[in-house]
Design a binder for this molecule. Sequence first.
Ligand code: 4AD
Ligand code: MG
Length: 463
Amino acid sequence: MEKMTVAEARSPDAAGRSIRLQGWIRTRRDSKGGFSFLELNDGSSLENIQIVADGSLANYESEIRRLSAGSSVTVEGELKQSPAKGQATEVQAARITVHGWSDPESYALQKKRHSFEFLRTLAHLRPRTNTFGAIARVRNQVCRSIHEFFQQEGFLYVHPPIITASDCEGAGEMFKVTTFNLAEVPKQAGQVDFTQDFFDRPSYLTVSGQLEAEIFACALGKVYTFGPTFRAENSNTSRHLAEFWMVEPEMAFYELTDNMDLAESFLKRIVGDVLDRCVDDMQFFNSRIDNTVLETLADVAEQQFERLPYTEAIELLKQSGESFEFPVEWGKDLQAEHERYLTEKKIKRPVILFDYPAAIKPFYMRVNDDGRTVRAMDVLVPKVGEIIGGSQREERLDVVSDRMQQQGLNADDYWWYLDLRRYGTVPHSGFGLGLERVIQFVTGMANIRDCVPFPRTPGSAEF
Ligand code: 4AD
Ligand code: MG
């Protein structure tokens, strides 16, 4: 007797084998002929396998006819070719052992369709549904592609700290880390005395591993980080999480166009792999969630991304004749509605916008000769908008010091960052890709809270 997954057992050439399967019942149907059909799922695939349970099984009346959605079982039997449509194989059960019952009166996952909002309140059960099982498998595949891509390209995987004293994005959206008793915070001359705190200074959860990735890129060439990042932005949108995963490659001797080339081939690789390796799950998303998703992904995998300077994008938006909620003006950041107009209506494929106004971008981006724009790039995709943000880094000590000052940062706190410019400085570049934004893009899910196992958003941290 061979232990198999449902995915393996569904393969036509597995027929004839004597097997053991373990998983959870999705449905039971009793036939008038005195036997039952069970649908078994074990998470290995979107699809279930059909189990034929004959009335002659010892526990047929006492147990099998009481099985319901969510019960867990071990099934032993012979894998046969199935006469039914839509499945190559089925199992003729010789023995079914019940591990755990699931009371249909109280089990929250009923057979009807539940809204995604409702399922968010059941984050401990939603992985048992088709949609969330499929998202988990696609998320796993995307993570695999991320590592495979960078490893094949010769990048070194490095690990920046999660607790940090510096605000990489300069946006002040950081969660504080402290061991102070908040009812009695030590003060010195009216100010909080952080010298008495655990780290001797104010410290935070990181918003990005970029600054530390730069340290390693400036020693080892090509590196990437991949881990959780945190932002205390109080925005209740369908694209923002307070805790999300980011992958951040950082490359010495890369200029902005090299960075764009890498970002484009990286995204194409992720999308191509998902299409190749998650066939059933992607069919499911296309038929149940968003019927344009397969076509959109196939286009992304093939078509060249448009590359457009920010200034030209502003012109296109001004000439669009659209009535946007947020005004379009040179010097302002683009809003989701603007990004969507460019990718969905005007250009109809991914767009890399570059050379943004210096005033709306962080201190570390390289200043262009015009003095008012920086070597920033954002990759925008249909529906999701910004999926990647990156730049060429400012490698000139005097320029980056000035930019820090302009943005109100204390250069002394960043002495180590400035040392990279003092000793053997090099042109270098990198970007950050938000994992959940990619999952949202490839699955077509409308809300990013459904693209992470346990969403962290304002007012919500259960599970
Ligand atoms: O554009 P961002 O803020 O760039 C950085 O953090 C740079 N340090 C990256 C780098 O150059 N190494 O964030 C990068 C990406 C965004 O494009 C988006 O995909 C994602 O991270 N992201 C979020 N995803 C979910 N929820 C949020 N609140 C996000 N904020 C950014
Ligand atoms: Mg950004």
